[in-house]
Each structure stands twice: as structure tokens, then as C-alpha cells.
Design a protein around this ligand. Structure first.
Ligand SMILES: [Zn+2]
Length: 87
């Protein structure tokens, strides 16, 4: 009789343990997804009109005045690629 009660208790604990494990795994996954969420880069790209050098500009930084390689005028990258698709 005692063994049967122990078996029932064991099954109950086993089931509760499995559920707790599932809950822990879910919480771990949810936490990881929140920390590893995709974020669109806020860097801006500029391209030199003369030599085509692409310059990355961090947020809160002003537009570069001139190209560090040839002192040409950098323009936003999208405009350059849209007006010159063969490049
Ligand atoms: Zn340049």
C-alpha cells in the first residue's frame, strides 16, 4: 500500500517537474529572444561622388563635408545607387 502511494506521488512529481522544465525552457527562450532582437542599424551611408568611396556615419554625427580619400563631396548612398544602377 505504501509503495503504491509513493508511485502515485512520484508520477505527480514527475509530471510537475516536466511542466516546470517546459516553463523554464519557455522563459529562457523568451528572455533570449528579447535580448537578441533584430534592430535596424541607424548608421547612415554616404557615397563619394568622385571616387565612389562609401562612408558610414554614426547617428548624431553630422554629414561628412568631404571624402577622406579624394576630398570630393559625399552624397547619401541611396540617391547614388538609384541614379546610377549599373554601378
Ligand atoms: Zn572620394
Amino acid at each position: 500500500m505504501t509503495a503504491q502511494i509513493t508511485l502515485q506521488d512520484g508520477t505527480l512529481f514527475f509530471t510537475i517537474g516536466l511542466l516546470a522544465l517546459c516553463l523554464l525552457a519557455y522563459l529562457y527562450t523568451a528572455f533570449r529572444e528579447r535580448t537578441l532582437v533584430w534592430k535596424i542599424s541607424s548608421h547612415t551611408l554616404f557615397s563619394c561622388k568622385k571616387c565612389g568611396l562609401v562612408i558610414s556615419v554614426r547617428p548624431l554625427q553630422t554629414q561628412p563635408r568631404q571624402c577622406p580619400r579624394c576630398t570630393g563631396r559625399p552624397v547619401p548612398y541611396r540617391i547614388v545607387s538609384a541614379s546610377n544602377p549599373n554601378r
